[in-house]
Write a protein that binds this ligand. Structure first.
Ligand SMILES: [Zn+2]
Length: 239
């Protein structure tokens, strides 16, 4: 149980870190799969991530039903999380955000690719999900499992996907690695925009380089960033 308590505290920290790093604002959310029950996940009640506290964390079935809501209102777009966990047994954490840098890449036909080594975990080519293809005109929110599953399919085996006119979804093998990828997805977007404004011949990381760098991004690398981000977000750091 102590381990679960630590994980849930880490989930609160992840909310604060993502806010402090500008990856989420008053909107966006982060979840973890239940370490002892792969059919459940934990996600805050509907609240700005910067304000999330331990009492806000709710448990959900993969279908998005609260296990014990206790009067708390869940996020409308929680289906993004459950559908990703359902489709990908390897995924232990999911982030959905609308960070400003990624938006242009969802609407211009410009493909996002890693421009520097720190950004390799975003994958060699970031796919774009357009909800309009299957669902026509909508309010753009992922408010059903059908939409969540369609989005999860777009992830394929990768860690990131953009959502046209909306934002992004990031998945990973653990919470901290997923936050790391979300932070560097946003940085990559900014750097790629700068590079492409300077030259039409931007040299991206090759497929092989992307794979090699991602494979050598260790928990020690991620923890170095995590400790720093915890301090900035005024949260305790635990290795
Ligand atoms: Zn959203």
């Amino acid at each position: 149980m102590a381990k679960l308590d630590d994980l849930l505290e880490d989930l609160v920290t992840a909310n604060r870190v993502l806010a402090s790093q500008g990856i989420v604002d008053s909107f966006g959310h982060v979840s973890i799969r239940h370490p002892g029950n792969p059919m459940r996940y934990f996600l805050s009640r509907a609240r700005a991530p910067e304000r999330v506290e331990i009492g806000d964390i709710m448990e959900f079935t993969l279908e998005g039903d609260p296990v014990d809501a206790k009067g708390r209102r869940p996020y409308l777009e929680r289906f993004i999380h459950g559908a990703a966990y359902e489709m990908r047994p390897d995924v232990m954490s999911v982030i959905h955000n609308h960070s400003p840098g990624v938006i242009p890449f969802g609407i211009t036909g410009r493909t996002m690719r890693p421009v520097m080594h720190m950004c390799a975990t975003i994958g060699h080519e970031v796919p774009i999900w357009d909800q309009h293809t299957k669902f026509g005109d909508t309010n753009l929110l992922v408010e059903s499992m059908a939409m969540g599953r369609d989005l999860a399919k777009k992830l394929g085996k990768g860690r990131t996907a953009l959502m046209r006119g909306h934002g992004a979804v990031v998945v990973g093998p653990d919470l901290r690695a997923t936050v790391y990828t979300a932070v560097y997805l946003e940085l990559n977007a900014k750097l790629q925009m700068q590079a492409e404004a300077m030259s039409k011949k931007v040299k991206f990381l090759t497929k092989g380089e992307t794979k090699l760098v991602a494979a050598t991004t260790t928990p020690a690398n991620v923890n170095r960033a995590w400790e720093n981000w915890c301090r900035k977000a005024d949260r305790p750091y635990k290795e």
